[in-house]
Design a protein. Sequence first.
Length: 286
Amino acid sequence: MFIFEDIIDLKNHLKVEKQQYSIGFVPTMGALHQGHLSLIDRAKADNDVVVCSIFVNPTQFNNVEDLKNYPKTIKEDKKLLKAHHCDILFLPNAHTMYPAPAQTSFSFGHLEQTMEGEHRAGHFNGVALIVSKLFHLIKPHRAYFGQKDLQQFIIIRQLVQDLLFDLEVVCCPIVREDDGLAMSSRNLRLTASQRPIASKLYEALMLARHSLLEGYGVSKTKQTIQNFFNDLNDLQLEYFEVVKSATLEAVDSVSDTFQVSLCIAAFLGDVRLIDNVFLFDKKGIF
């Protein structure tokens, strides 16, 4: 595995690779887990060369403490990437990616005015900024993102469409622990006593999915989920939304004519967890 910290070295290497190989790209912030590795595996299956980036992007954090406490496990990350046959690791520092304070900003309209965008001011501007930089530098044929950050995927897909990036964005399924908890780097911050409680997030989504499929409706289901969290002392619900998967538009009623996503966020202590599930078992959503 080649490791590059410098932009020029990375671009010079990729210039040669692109003459004969397809490039798959997996951007990450490190603290890799099986969810990340599933993206690497998918990229490896689809492309000749796989590039992974590890960069904890400061511009997408609206909470300084969250940025400071974000897990960093670079030594272990390198071992995992090598084991999964990643070809290139791009490992820049903050000065490399932001040699001067960024002045460019992005707006995604209704796509960022709900859920994560509503509760994390400026988050998607920071995401779009760093992803644009990475796409520009690496110029992959395909880029891979996890469904756990569904809103992020929809926004990046819009970014690619609006800016005419010549690449395909691929959404890959959530990888879960045995008890249903969506794998996340932030799970490393959970204490031993918090860890079993965290799976209640997935339990809530399954309760909501059952409610909707049984015909109880969106309003009734939202109240059911609120009641579920009212009975929990440690897990504080931030939002639960029922939206069209492709557009993130909130829905008052569900229909199998379009895919629906159930999206949730909650705090367990100072650790913020998000998750989502599709309502219907459909293929080819994106």
